[in-house]
Design a protein. Structure first.
Length: 360
C-alpha cells in the first residue's frame, strides 16, 4: 500500500511538472525552414531566414528576413529582435551558402547546424553561384515557400537525375573523414528561375572547383550512385546515342607498388537505348557492339579527365585516400597528399546496352 501511494505521489508531481515545460503552438512560433549565408563587407556575414506565415482561413505565404553580423549566433539574435514570435529551427529543410563565403570556408556555419539538437541531419545544402539572399528573396516563390521548393528540387534530381546524393549528414561525414573531400550542389538564379548548374567540390571546407552539369553523369557513376540517369553521347562521325542507366556498379582496387598506391576503377553499367541519331540521315541498324565500345571509351576518357582536374586542385571527392587507408596499414596522410597529384588511376568501363527497342 505504501509503495503504491509513493508511486502515485511521484507520478502526480512528475505530470504536474510537465505544465512548466515550454510548449510550441504552431501559430505562435516562427518555424525556420530555410537559411542562407553570404559574405558581406568588413568581414560581416549576411544571414537570411525563410519561415512560413500561417494565417487562419487565409492563403499561407512565407516571409524572408535578413541581418548582418560576425557569426551565425549573432545573426540569430538580431533576427529574433525583428520577429513577433520565437524563432524555432526544428523544421529546417534547406541551407544555402553564397559562392564567395564558401570559398573562404563553411566549417563554422555547418558546425552551428550540427550542434543544434533540434535540426535533423537530412537538411539539404547547396552553394549559390551568386548571392544566397537574392535567391531566397525571389518573389516568384513567395507563395509556395522557396525553402520547400528547393529542397524538393534537389531531392528529385538526386533520386532521378545526375546529382549525387548529399545532405548535412553526408557533408559532415566527408568533411571529417581522412582521405575524402565534400561536394555540394551548385545552383544559380537564371532570369526568373533557379537552375542546378553543377557540383561544388571542396578542399576540406573551402570551395575550390566545380563539375559541370555534363560531367555529373560520370561522376555519379564513379561514386556507384548512378541509377535512372539519362545521358547523351556524341560519338565517332557525330553519331548521337542517348542511354538510360538501368543499373550501375563500381568497384575500386588498390595496389601498392614500391610503397605507392595505384588504383583501378571498374565501372559496369547496364543501359537502355532511348535515342539513336546517326550522322548519315538514312535508316540503318543499330550496331550494338560498335556503340557499346565507343560509349565505354567516352566514359573512360571523361572519367580520367575529371580525376586529373581533382588532382590538379588537390581535392579528392571520390575518396581515393580513404580507400588507400582501408587497404594499407602504413597509411600516412601527409605522405598521401604528396603522392596524390601523380597517383596512377586506371578506369575500365563495361557498358551493356540491354534494350535497343523494336528496331535493330
Amino acid at each position: 500500500m505504501v509503495n503504491r501511494l509513493s508511486i502515485w505521489l511521484f507520478l502526480t508531481v512528475l505530470l504536474s511538472g510537465c505544465s512548466f515545460l515550454p510548449t510550441n503552438i504552431v501559430n505562435e512560433i516562427n518555424l525556420i525552414q530555410g537559411v542562407g549565408y553570404d559574405f558581406a563587407e568588413k568581414k560581416d556575414i549576411k544571414g537570411t531566414i525563410v519561415f512560413p506565415i500561417i494565417n487562419k482561413d487565409k492563403t499561407s505565404s512565407s516571409e524572408v528576413k535578413t541581418a548582418f553580423g560576425e557569426s551565425s549566433k549573432e545573426l540569430r539574435t538580431k533576427l529574433s529582435n525583428e520577429t513577433r514570435f520565437r524563432l524555432v529551427s526544428g523544421q529546417l529543410r534547406l541551407a544555402l551558402y553564397g559562392k564567395t563565403l564558401a570559398q573562404k570556408g563553411l566549417n563554422d556555419f555547418v558546425d552551428t547546424l550540427n550542434r543544434d539538437p533540434s535540426i535533423g541531419s537530412l537538411v539539404q545544402m547547396a552553394i549559390v553561384d551568386g548571392d544566397a539572399n537574392e535567391l531566397l528573396k525571389m518573389k516568384k516563390y513567395k507563395s509556395e515557400n522557396i525553402s520547400i521548393y528547393l529542397q524538393e528540387m534537389l531531392d528529385q534530381n538526386m533520386e532521378y537525375g545526375r546529382l549525387p546524393r548529399t545532405d548535412l549528414q553526408t557533408f559532415l561525414f566527408q568533411l571529417f573523414q581522412i582521405g575524402q573531400d565534400p561536394y555540394l550542389p551548385l545552383i544559380k538564379k537564371v532570369d526568373s528561375n533557379i537552375q542546378i548548374t553543377g557540383l561544388a567540390i571542396f578542399n576540406y571546407d573551402q570551395y575550390v572547383t566545380s563539375i559541370s552539369l555534363e560531367d555529373l553523369f560520370i561522376f555519379k557513376g564513379l561514386l556507384d550512385q548512378n541509377r535512372n540517369g539519362i545521358n547523351r553521347f556524341i560519338l565517332e562521325n557525330s553519331d548521337k546515342v542517348v542511354l538510360e542507366t538501368l543499373n550501375s556498379n563500381t568497384k575500386y582496387k588498390v595496389k601498392i607498388v614500391n610503397g605507392r598506391p595505384e588504383f583501378s576503377i571498374h565501372l559496369k553499367m547496364k543501359t537502355k537505348l532511348q535515342e539513336f541519331a546517326p550522322s548519315e540521315k538514312q535508316r540503318q541498324a543499330f550496331d550494338k557492339k560498335k556503340y557499346q565500345k565507343q560509349v565505354e571509351q567516352k566514359l573512360e576518357k571523361s572519367a580520367l579527365k575529371l580525376i586529373t582536374q581533382f588532382k590538379n586542385h588537390q581535392v579528392d571527392p571520390l575518396g581515393l585516400g580513404a580507400k588507400y587507408k582501408e587497404h594499407y596499414r602504413g597509411f600516412n596522410e601527409k605522405q598521401w597528399k604528396k603522392y596524390y597529384p601523380n597517383v596512377k588511376v586506371r578506369v575500365i568501363a563495361d557498358v551493356d546496352i540491354q534494350q535497343t527497342g523494336i528496331v535493330d
